[in-house]
Design a protein around this ligand. Structure first.
Ligand code: GLU
Length: 464
């Protein structure tokens, strides 16, 4: 059996949006699952709207998601000669013809057909005129007038269209440029693509493309059309639903593996499993389990998936990611961040939240900012006395471990006949500058280290 080759063919007219990313992921996973190849094509024939900046951004987003492809991306803008070669071949074989009808005339034909309650289409005026090239002329495909074109969509099942319903589509525009359908068929064939997975906004193009494959004498690939993603209001996902591009999720602090996991599960399933390693995705992915109805984007679910990934990571593997979200100029060493991260992992949804939660760790006793309202409320004379005495005892604790700190604090409370809450809030405020922070007291003390813990407690008693 031929090696499976899948592809992603973005038009570089904007950033990679999550719908496109999901389609690309499905195509990539299909290739991985079959031990095949995934290739890339940049559909930049619309010179006005295509920009290199967007191509670069799309490739960057794909790399961020961890996708790889074989060879260099193919650029359609560099292949006009190839397309024109095949158009000439179709002309020579009588499978295409020159057409001199003006756009206004074609509009009028469509109008007339609609008035007569027929499907609006080009009426074939030039089919038999045997025209040659000429100014303002286009090349049209001589589509079969009867019969049906059928295929079994990998996702939607059997699809069949009357050939009579299809236009004699334009293959070459009057400016000499090839049209989308022609270019895509030539590219998919010459790139050896065996399985085309794409958005279902292209499903109506597929029968036309199949006619072209047949006219060119080529094997027709398998097709699958992925339903779109909807917003929570069940309308097509758009800017008003929030972030649209993959890059925005990167900037918000999501982990690429989590975004991949979430997007793949959006429309694909494997039993009840929610979290998949990359290897599991490679081995389980199949098009049979792709759903045929639109999926609803759910930010809460994405957050949940992201927090599961954060929890499961080794702290060392989150250091570099977290660092990109810390304020510029943060000098914390990797080893210090690695100690802080376990306190953040059970609580944070994304890197941004992790960065926000750990701000107080990154200041020192002198620069730490205190919530003065909390200071006024919590640092009563009794509380200050407790902090002072406890500071001395902690200072005397040679071992300075979780156990020893616990023993010191518990011993102190027992001796004074106090409950834990007598030290809980005051000490947290002294160490963190606020009453809410991640981590238990002993964990905080351990991460800060003895000298810094003592310095913060000493400073705190000067504030009230
Ligand atoms: N360039 C097309 C798009 O971005 C995709 C075409 C295809 O996959 O066949 O919608």
């Amino acid at each position: 059996m031929a090696k499976t080759v899948t592809r992603f063919a973005p038009s570089p007219t904007g950033h990679l949006h999550i719908g496109g990313a999901r389609t690309a992921l499905f195509a990539w996973l299909l290739a991985k699952n079959k031990g095949g190849e995934f290739v890339l094509r940049i559909e930049d024939t619309d010179r006005q709207r295509s920009e290199q900046e967007y191509t670069d951004a799309i490739l960057d987003s794909m790399k961020w998601l961890g996708m790889d492809w074989v060879g260099e991306p193919i650029y359609q803008s560099e292949r006009f000669d190839i397309y024109n070669g095949y158009i000439d071949q179709l002309l020579a074989e009588g499978k295409a013809y020159w057409c001199e009808c003006t756009p206004e005339e074609v509009d009028a034909m469509r109008e007339k057909a609609m008035q007569e309650k027929r499907k609006p289409k080009y009426d074939g005026s030039c089919r038999e005129k045997k025209l040659g090239p000429g100014e303002n002329r286009v090349v049209r495909f001589k589509a079969p007038l009867d019969g049906r074109t059928s295929f079994t969509d990998m996702i939607k099942g059997p699809i069949s269209v009357e050939n009579a319903e299809m236009d004699d589509m334009i293959l070459r525009r009057s400016d000499g440029s090839p049209t989308y359908n022609l270019a895509v068929v030539v590219d998919d064939h010459t790139m050896g693509v065996t399985d085309v997975l794409r958005g279902d906004d292209h499903v109506n193009n597929t029968p036309r493309q199949i006619l072209l494959y047949q006219a060119l004498g080529w094997d027709v690939p398998n097709f699958g059309h992925v339903p779109m993603i909807l917003g929570p209001d069940k309308k097509k996902l758009s800017k008003r639903h929030g972030a649209l591009s993959v890059m925005e999720y990167e900037k918000m602090g999501y982990l690429p593996e989590a975004v991949v996991n979430y997007l793949v599960r959006l429309g694909w399933s494997h039993g009840d499993q929610e979290i998949f390693s990359r290897e599991e995705l490679f081995s389980y992915f199949n098009t049979d389990s792709l759903g045929n109805s639109p999926s609803v984007f759910d930010t809460k679910k994405l957050d949940w998936v992201n927090s599961e990934y954060i929890k499961a990571k080794a702290p060392a593997d989150l250091v570099a990611g977290l660092r990109t979200f810390l304020p510029e100029g943060t000098e914390a060493e990797d080893a210090y961040l690695e100690k802080i991260i376990p306190l953040l992992q059970p609580r944070a949804t994304n890197y941004q939240e992790m960065a926000d939660m750990c701000d107080f760790f990154l200041m020192d006793a002198q620069t730490l900012s205190y919530d003065m309202e909390a200071v006024a409320k919590v640092f009563t004379p009794d509380a200050l006395e407790i902090i002072k005495e406890l500071t001395a005892r902690i200072d005397a604790d040679e071992e300075y471990s979780h156990d020893s700190l616990e023993a010191v604090c518990k011993g102190f409370l027992e001796e004074k006949g106090l409950k834990f809450k007598a030290i809980g809030q005051p000490v947290r405020l002294a160490l963190c500058g606020k009453t809410q922070s991640p981590g238990g007291l002993y964990e905080l003390m351990l991460v800060l280290g003895k000298a810094e813990t003592i310095a913060r407690m000493n400073r705190a008693v000067t504030l009230a």
